[in-house]
Design a binder for this molecule. Structure first.
Ligand code: BJ8
Length: 431
């Protein structure tokens, strides 16, 4: 795909993409993807679908989204799991994830934003400023949230470039006041979607959207569960890719393909057909989200023959662990169930955040990890400070942890490799 790909040039032009820069991005992405993913041995057949999605991630998928817009449907961009996608789908709209995982767009961001900021924020802002992301260009509205300071202040600037609606997220998650604030915000968001689409969101549409997204989460959880096997039936890189693609793909098709992949992985486990050497340690990943195309730590770790078996992250377990479980049939009950589910997403922005500390320890044991790699994106204070309590809890449970603070650049790759090597050498092999 590129400038020479006449199938999409008109569409990209109409979306206002900077074609020259975009072409460089696609060229670089294709190269990195080929080097990291297509060279893996014994990949599941089901990953061919995800290879295809990635080869068309700025092409066919954007065309599907643009076609929906032509039918009058709205496209909503989001940066956080706390935006209730059930209400977006209940309104007949489509949601796409806009978190940035690429170094490529950061120079554009730094023409405006301070340099000493989290790369995830700089990356997404740079994609909008530089006009290099067709998902951003397709959005009728983007939805931010009051999680970390860097994000919420950047949303003020983003609003100059694209209509930006911000949800107020409580910073405590287990008090009646927090739940009440959240419920109010969910109701306001529902009204906002109704105003944007010009349609009332009916109860049956919310129920159907809950069913749709629950099925997606359940399929992803099935894949995740298979990775508990030793050896795991799929690499950490491919497991991560499935989680990343979930933020872009058409929901029913994605769910079907993930279930087909889960069928294959379960069969592989029955046959003992895994990837990697079962006598090596296995690592769990925890911390900041890894948005596409951030494959940095997984690729470094797995290049040493050490599998990554789980991601305790928003692009990972925090997304799919809990379904929305309505206790009644009224709109109020449905919205309360959404609030209940979303307050179980244990982002480090919450205080106190004991549920995450407990989850990390339980997950590390469930996935039979030999140790935990804790990922902090540079300048992310919430995850960096929370690492202290996570490490203490893991240590008390006999689970070693290595914290890595990094950005999207390649300057520290060899240094990280050396640290991970030293860490895995002292770990016991997987149980
Ligand atoms: S629920 S993790 S998706 S906020 S890494 S931008 S926190 S400085 S991404 Fe997140 Fe929602 Fe939480 Fe999940 Fe700020 Fe940290 Fe950057 Fe972060």
């Amino acid at each position: 795909m590129g400038l020479t790909d006449q199938r999409y040039v008109n569409m990209w032009t109409e979306l206002g993409l900077n074609l020259q820069k975009h072409d460089i991005l696609l060229g670089a992405l294709g190269q990195i993807y080929g080097d990291l993913f297509m060279t893996q041995k014994n990949r599941p057949e089901g990953m061919k679908y995800f290879d295809f999605v990635m080869s068309e991630v700025h092409g066919l998928r954007i065309k599907e989204i643009v076609d929906k817009k032509k039918e009058g449907k709205k496209v909503i961009g989001a940066f956080c799991l706390y935006v209730p996608e059930e209400l977006v789908y209940a309104s007949g709209s489509t949601m796409v994830g806009l978190c940035g995982g690429a170094d490529f767009s950061i120079p554009d961001a730094e023409t405006v934003l301070p340099r000493n900021m989290c790369p995830l924020i700089k990356s997404f802002y740079g994609f909008k400023v530089g006009g290099t992301c067709p998902y951003f260009q397709s959005c009728d509205m983007v939805v931010g949230e009051t999680t970390c300071d860097g994000k919420k202040k950047t949303y003020e600037l983003l609003n100059d470039l694209v209509p930006t609606y911000v949800m107020e997220i409580p910073h405590k998650n287990d008090t009646p006041q927090a739940k009440q604030l959240w419920l109010t915000e969910v109701k306001l968001f529902k009204s906002k979607m109704e105003a944007l689409t010009g349609k009332t969101i009916e109860k049956d549409a919310v129920k159907e959207a809950i069913r749709l997204i629950n099925a997606k989460r359940a399929a992803m959880k099935r894949v995740s569960e298979t990775r508990k096997a030793s050896p795991p039936p799929i690499s950490g890189l491919d497991g991560l890719l499935v989680n990343q693609v979930s933020f872009y793909d058409d929901v029913p098709r994605f769910t079907q393909k993930v279930n087909e992949l889960a069928d294959e992985l379960e069969k592989r486990n029955r046959e003992g057909n895994g990837v990697g050497d079962p006598s090596r340690p296995r690592l769990m990943f925890s911390g900041c989200p890894m948005a596409i195309p951030n494959w940095k730590l997984h690729s470094i770790i797995e290049s040493m023959g050490v599998p990554v078996v789980a991601e305790e992250s928003c692009i990972g377990s925090r997304y799919f662990t809990d379904p929305v479980q309505p206790k009644g049939d009224s709109m109020e009950s449905l919205l309360e169930a959404i609030v209940d589910k979303y307050s179980k997403i244990s982002c480090a922005c919450f205080t106190p955040n004991q549920q995450r500390i407990t989850n990390v320890v339980e997950m590390a044991h469930d996935f039979k990890a030999s140790g935990v790699i804790y990922n902090v994106l540079q300048y992310c204070q919430t995850y960096n400070v929370e690492a202290i309590r996570v490490e203490r809890a893991l240590k008390a449970a006999g689970m070693p942890m290595l914290k890595i603070e990094t950005d999207y650049g390649s300057e520290d790759v060899e240094q990280i490799r050396t640290r991970v090597e030293a860490f895995t050498e002292m770990l016991r092999p997987s149980r």
